[in-house]
Design a protein around this ligand. Structure first.
Ligand code: ADP
Ligand code: ZN
Ligand code: ZN
Length: 753
């Protein structure tokens, strides 16, 4: 009987059927294969199904070759891919593109490109203490000698000798990357025969005995017991709602250790790379080489190696990674923790699959029969409603750990300050006074402005002309450093015109303010203060990021000005004051999540202040001191925010009371685009009635020369969203066949953020 295989190719296409030649060997679901597709293009594909049903097209091509010696995907991973493709309305091929490191899916013009890639696990250097020094007396002798003659070598040897699991002798093998000493120092000690180096595969320690777990406070222990009870009672997901610095991470550590000790796998998801470094370090201090990092700053080869190592692993793995790590092979996954679960960066917006890693994590844990823990100080309202309604378990940590106090939050009215002549540059006198006091006490401050650049637009005071991007319908942002006007949507840049190009009378002036301007103003007002800036313009690389952060941590900087980048997870002890320069633009964002996001952002920024006993102060500058969200931030009252926002969501029928699917149409010809949007809207309205809104004009309706139009589908939570997706998919397929609109691209985004 002839056999056939349905193959997933890394394309936005459905699966393709190939014939399976007898001699090819074990062709099974999950295996990678090389196939010829089109006249002279070769791709890596994944075997999805093997069957005996001959497809009805004539020329069925054979599979060319099996790649790698084992399946790349487990049955559970395949189930996850299928869920992602169906829920987010994309092809399995698009999931494949996001899920596998690119080295693992070569494509080429010939078979030459398919040399079977070998991804051996990386080796690392390990140091051990010379056996002669296991004797404490002898070691002491050596220490004494080195301490006098070679203090650096003394420190290095001391570090190695005390690096063991319980500080005793012998310390065992210690990976090079955990030792601080320079290469030359280690070499010297090797030469003298005090330590030995060996190169081998990364070892993964087994057993729980090695983990030095933090001792929990009573509150923390209670929360941990609550979570354990809820998981044991059958909840597959739970929310850990804990204020910043309450010790959520310490709780994670306990749960992680438990799973690892039983040989299960753990995935800890973190929102952004900037944070991962700190968290990975913290986890390595507890779990050593058991920690496997996974993020975009690894090379593609490192990612492939990690994939293959996990693919062969027998369990007991601990991955700390960003959103795409949900696609890693973890056979014995028992626990997924999503830290800062409310963070919008868990959602991939472009390209497809437009998946939300938190929601995938919940589904994934269900597929594996494992558990998901969602942690946040300001949970998303979706998660909050699930916890309130009893669908998820939950536990709370209402206080900061130890004697750290919550900061005091002060609202400062910008309009009133202006009326009283108490406004200088973009600062109210109150904030400047507090900054002055902070600097005088030798403490640090952070200033938050959620806009980068110098000013968001330049304007002619004579005729009102503003500089706009030629390709996008937005104003250009003035960046003083390069003396240029830059488009934040497409990157277009041009010099600032000397005279207004329209009336040719006056100069154009920068209006509004971004981080660059704040930095300049603050340096002028406090010339003696050391000021640094953290935003996408100063953070050109991981190194630049680390340098700025490390400088602030070592207190070489007094004031750190920044965008969202400064809000996340940093634990700086010296920060006594946090200033939020303009809450208005967060509050007035035309988005149904604006209130929730403003609250999250301000709470998070505020959380940076006074992580230690002395407490701290937060000043929020706004022209709307009476705004309910501002009041809720001051009171630190998450539940009040949730109540008011949820009432609005219910009244206007937004998530979590409805599911949204947004459609974005794009074309260079505005007439054609608008005709297409109207036609698609009419067709969908026939199916969905009042659930369909639009055509809508997006906030930015032209990007990179293409015009944009939007449609929005709101499906009530009670209704079957899978049925809605089926209907929508059928309509979209029809629409794509309509000759007149063939060239109009339609992007589908399920649960847009
Ligand atoms: P969160 O993750 O909720 O922001 P962390 O877990 O980072 O809080 O804890 C904040 C700070 O308090 C950290 O420096 C952490 O080491 C410390 N801490 C929290 N709980 C404990 C504990 N039980 N023992 C020792 N230190 C703790
Ligand atoms: Zn542009
Ligand atoms: Zn003008």
């Amino acid at each position: 009987m002839e056999r056939y295989a349905d193959i997933v190719l890394p394309l936005a296409q459905p699966v393709y059927t190939f014939s399976v030649p007898e001699e090819l060997g074990e062709v099974a679901p999950g295996r990678a294969v090389a196939v010829q597709f089109g006249a002279r293009k070769f791709y890596t594909g994944i075997v999805w199904r093997v069957h005996e049903r001959r497809p009805d097209f004539k020329r069925i091509k054979p599979l060319q070759r099996l790649l790698y010696d084992r399946p790349l995907l487990t049955a559970e991973q395949m189930a996850l891919w299928e869920w992602v493709a169906s829920y987010y309305m994309c092809s399995l091929g698009e999931v494949m593109r996001a899920a596998l490191p690119s080295l693992m899916k070569p494509s080429a013009d010939s078979f030459e490109g398919f040399a079977d890639e070998e991804f051996r696990p990386r080796t690392e250097t390990y140091f051990t203490l010379a056996p002669g020094l296991y004797d404490p007396d002898r070691l002491h002798e050596v220490f004494e000698k080195l301490q006098r003659r070679a203090p650096k070598q003394y420190e290095a040897l001391l570090e190695l000798a005390s690096a063991g699991p319980d500080g005793g002798l012998p310390p065992g093998e210690v990976p090079r990357r955990l030792l601080q000493a320079d290469r030359t120092v280690l070499h010297a000690l090797e030469r003298k025969g005090f330590m030995a180096a060996a190169e081998h595969e990364r070892t993964v320690e087994r057993g729980a005995a090695l983990f030095r777990l933090p001792v929990l406070s009573d509150h923390q222990r209670q929360a941990l017991e609550t979570l354990r009870g809820q998981f044991a009672g059958g909840k597959s997901a739970a929310l850990l709602h804990g204020v910043t610095s309450s010790g959520k991470t310490e709780l994670y550590i306990h749960l992680i250790a438990e799973v690892l000790a039983q040989g299960g796998d753990v995935l800890l998801l973190v929102p952004e790379i900037a944070l991962t470094a700190q968290l990975i370090e913290r986890m390595e201090r507890i779990f050593g080489s058991r920690v496997t990092p996974y993020h975009s700053r690894l090379t593609d080869r490192q990612r492939s190696e990690t994939y293959f190592r996990l693919n062969r692993s027998q369990g007991g793995e601990f991955v700390v990674g960003v959103r795409s790590s949900i696609f890693l092979p973890m056979r014995r996954l028992q626990l997924v923790i999503v830290d800062e679960e409310h963070d919008a960066s868990y959602k991939q917006s472009d390209p497809a699959p437009r998946y939300h890693a938190r929601d995938c994590a919940v589904v994934m844990a269900r597929i594996f029969g494992g558990r998901t823990l969602l942690g946040s100080a300001t949970p998303s309202l979706e998660t909050w409603v699930n916890a309130e309604g009893g669908k998820y378990g939950r536990a709370a940590l209402a206080e900061r750990y130890g004697d750290a106090r919550m900061p005091e939050i002060i609202v400062s009215d910008t309009l009133r300050a202006a009326r009283r002549g108490e406004r200088h540059a973009h600062f109210n006198k109150l904030l400047l006074d507090k900054l002055g006091e902070t600097l005088a006490r030798g403490e640090q401050a952070m200033l938050f402005q959620n806009r980068r650049g110098f000013s968001p637009y330049v304007e002619c005071t004579e005729c009102g002309w503003t500089a706009r991007c030629p390709d996008c319908n937005v104003t250009l942002t003035y960046h003083k450093a390069g003396g240029r006007l830059v488009c934040h949507y497409c990157g277009h840049a041009e010099p600032v015109p000397a005279k207004c190009p329209s009336c040719k009378i006056t100069d154009v002036v920068p209006m509004g303010f971004g981080t660059e301007k704040i930095e300049e103003e603050i340096a002028r007002i406090f010339p003696e203060a050391r000021v640094a800036r953290l935003d996408r313009d100063t953070v050109t690389s991981e190194r630049a990021f680390n340098a700025i952060v490390a400088g602030f941590a070592r207190r070489e900087t007094d004031i750190l000005v920044g965008t969202q980048m400064i809000t996340k997870g940093f634990d700086f002890e010296g920060v006594a004051l946090v200033g939020i320069l303009n809450a208005d633009n967060m509050l007035n964002n035309p988005d149904f999540r604006a209130g929730e996001r403003a609250f999250q952002l301000m709470m998070q920024v505020a959380g940076r202040a006074g992580r230690r006993a002395q407490g701290g102060e937060v000043v929020i500058q706004t022209s709307e001191p009476g705004n309910p969200v501002v009041r809720q931030v001051v009171a630190g009252d998450f539940e009040a925010m949730a109540r008011t926002q949820l009432a609005d969501r219910q009244a206007f029928f937004y998530p979590p009371y409805a599911r949204l699917i947004s459609l974005l149409l794009r074309h260079r010809d505005p007439q054609l685009l608008h005709a297409a949007a109207a036609e698609l809207a009419a067709r969908l309205r026939r199916r969905f009635g009042r659930r369909l809104l639009g055509p809508l004009v997006p906030p930015v309706d032209r990007i990179r020369g293409e015009y944009l139009a939007g449609l929005l589908l709101k499906i009530e939570s009670g209704a079957s969203s899978s049925r809605a997706r089926e209907l929508l998919a059928a309509e979209l397929q029809d629409f794509a066949q309509t000759p007149r609109f063939k060239s109009v691209a339609v992007v589908v985004n399920v649960d847009p953020q």
